[in-house]
Design a protein around this ligand. Structure first.
Ligand code: NAP
Length: 253
């Protein structure tokens, strides 16, 4: 018996920033549940390797280069998906940057712009391109962060852009209802490349584990399972919500 169900047979899912880490894990899970998945990131080599990896598991996958802040790349991502599969059922907007560990009041304008552009604006612009193609019953998921609830000092402006995604989820859910559901996931810390500057430090890792009730960091599979739930018909009556997947770490604004 397959470990997972087949909730996405005949469906097409786009996941941005998906050649490794949480994005890859989500694409893999949706693919194992039957979706055709469109993966992308900035580097062709990473795209090729990730597509090969997915196909080796029997997943139907298309890989494209897409730097999310590049308008032509975003348009190409949508156009090529429609050319190949003729529909879009799921979009997971997963890309983010965290270029600074400075306090907000010391952060350069160019860095503030980059954070806003990649972490928030690119998600909106991608949805503007995708919206005309979204099927009835489709689903959008933004990947925010536990850092959006109470931005920690070393990632405070990054945290604020993740807070913005909570509001964006509510606003876009209202705009896209009733045909498209829009939800958000706030992951706790997961030891990917993105978080390695924190999670690879033994003491910091232990402190993070102790902040959770479950006494462990998150795994990519935890986030993939949550995304698959929200994207599926099992969540057919859920929209405009943020699902915190952080082992019980406090999560209040
Ligand atoms: P990751 O393992 O470092 O993977 C990042 C992926 O994004 C790679 O495939 C990378 O490939 C791609 N990428 C980076 N910048 C991009 C851009 N501008 N446009 C398109 N693709 C881009 O990161 P992750 O930890 O999975 O993080 C994914 C999401 O989870 C982010 O939104 C992050 O804020 C969120 N999150 C992570 C954690 C955590 O602890 N890991 C916690 C909370 C939230 P290329 O290098 O080829 O572009």
């Amino acid at each position: 018996m397959d470990k997972f169900g087949k909730r996405f047979e005949g469906k097409v899912a786009i996941v941005t920033a998906s050649t490794q880490g949480i994005g890859f894990g989500i694409a893999e899970r949706l693919g194992l549940e039957g979706a055709s998945v469109v993966i992308s990131s900035r580097k062709q080599k990473n795209v090729d390797e990730a597509v090969e990896n997915l196909r080796s598991k029997g997943i139907e996958a298309l890989g494209l280069v897409c730097h999310v802040s590049n308008a032509l790349h975003r348009k190409n991502l949508i156009d090529k998906t429609i050319q190949r599969y003729g529909r879009i059922d799921v979009i997971v907007s997963n890309a983010a940057a965290n270029p600074s560990v400075e306090p907000i009041l010391n952060t350069k304008e160019s860095v503030l712009d980059k954070l806003w552009e990649i972490n928030v604006k690119a998600s909106i612009l991608l949805l503007q391109d995708a919206a005309p193609h979204l099927q009835k019953g489709s689903s959008v998921i933004f990947i925010s962060s536990i850092a959006g609830f109470n931005p920690p000092p070393a990632m405070s402006m990054y945290g604020v852009t993740k807070t913005a995604l909570f509001g964006l989820t509510k606003a876009i859910a209202a705009e896209m209802a009733p045909n498209t559901r829009v939800n958000c996931i706030a992951p706790g810390f997961v030891p990917t490349n993105f978080a390695s500057f924190i999670t690879s430090n033994k003491e910091m890792r232990k402190a993070l584990e102790e902040k959770t009730l479950l006494n462990r960091l998150g795994e990519v599979g935890d986030m993939a399972a949550a995304a698959a739930f929200l994207a599926s018909d099992d969540a057919a009556y859920i929209t405009g919500e943020t699902l915190v997947v952080a082992g019980g770490q406090p999560s209040r604004l």
